[in-house]
Design a protein around this ligand. Structure first.
Ligand SMILES: [Zn+2]
Length: 346
């Protein structure tokens, strides 16, 4: 072999060796890269499962710190004319609760003055609804269902009959025909007073025990059956008396039974000088037969503020105050409000 040929052979051999070494190097590098990737993947999935565990732990803690709303009924047994009070401690729940019952159409209002209820966390709202048990509610069992934050709470109450008396009275037929007998009397009442049955102030105004506005004798009791004979010899079918009549001299000042918003003040053919006050949540007091009215619709009155004077206007036999308490269209006994025993105060 020539010298040149040998050199070429050596160069070829060196090139072959180098390319073999390079191939080995490449393979080693690929192996190393592969295992690095696998290691990275393993680390990533470890990280993910760690995060999952953290999320699970957090949602567990969240569920543990959620305090469900608590619904409290003031009682389960009532007489016709009573009030059932329903409180809802919202706790972790949000939104305005709702209430459904055949007893009426009560609404919840935020109640800043509930005694004996501790909301958790502190400062979470408490809502209250006043449920009427009408004076003529058929005795029996009634369901009351409350929905708060998507959860439903079902309760029931038993209504028993209240004993009512009866009254036999004689009435001037001239007064009767000028008032309840007047052509547009019912329409007048329906336009002025009836709409107040279906409104409710969304804030609570009343504080403490309601006062009996006039101190005279009770001339007609709450709920009694009234039989009327007119001076012309005719008679009226029996009617129920839905408030309490208190006899007093004409001109005696009439104070608001409790704080509230005047929702009607004016003259009505049947009820004479009339004032209606919403004490909050649709709980209203009605004052009839006033000789003068010392407030106007929209006024915010305090407990004891003079709203008018006793008279004998409208369908009345003499000077007296007809005081009535209502939630919605349902008339309720004022006595438990006056003597402090009503569930309103629970
Ligand atoms: Zn009356």
């Amino acid at each position: 072999m020539s010298k040149g040929g040998r050199i070429i052979c050596v160069v070829l051999a060196v090139l072959l060796a180098a390319s073999a070494a390079f191939a080995l190097y490449q393979k080693d590098r690929a192996d190393k890269l592969g295992s690095a990737m696998l290691k990275e993947q393993a680390a990533a999935s470890e990280e993910i499962s760690g995060l999952k565990a953290q999320v699970e732990e957090l949602s567990q803690k969240l569920a543990e710190s959620y305090v469900a709303p608590r619904v409290v009924f003031s009682g389960n047994e009532f007489l016709q004319g009573d009030i059932l009070t329903v409180h809802v401690e919202m706790n972790s729940a949000k939104g305005l609760p709702e209430i459904q019952t055949e007893l009426g159409k009560p609404v919840f209002i935020e109640d800043p003055a509930v005694a004996g209820i501790t909301a958790e966390p502190a400062g979470s709202p408490v809502y209250t609804a006043y449920v009427p048990v009408g004076y003529a509610q058929t005795p029996g069992e009634y369901s009351v269902s409350v929905t708060a934050d998507g959860r439903e709470y079902k309760g029931s109450v038993t209504v028993s009959a209240r004993k009512y008396g009866e009254q036999h009275m004689t009435m001037s037929s001239a007064t009767a025909s000028a008032t309840i007998g007047a052509e547009n009397a019912n329409e007048d009442y329906a336009q002025k007073v009836t709409p107040t049955y279906y409104t409710a102030e969304s804030q609570r105004y009343w504080q403490g025990t309601f006062i009996r506005p006039v101190s005279g004798p009770v001339t007609t009791e709450f709920g009694l059956y009234r039989y009327t004979t007119y001076t012309d010899g005719s008679s009226r079918k029996v009617v129920r008396h839905t408030g309490v009549d208190i006899g007093a001299a004409k001109g005696t000042p009439v104070p608001a039974s409790n704080a509230g918003k005047v929702v009607y003040a004016g003259d009505v053919i049947i009820t004479g000088g009339t004032v209606v006050i919403d004490h909050g949540g649709g709980l209203k007091s009605y004052y009839f037969h006033l000789s003068s009215i010392d407030c106007k619709a929209g006024d915010i009155v305090g407990k004891g503020d003079i709203i008018g004077k006793v008279g004998a206007t409208g369908y009345a036999t003499g000077a007296h105050l007809h005081f009535e308490l209502k939630i919605g269209e349902y008339s309720l006994s004022p006595w438990a409000l006056w003597d402090g025993t009503s569930d309103l105060y629970k």
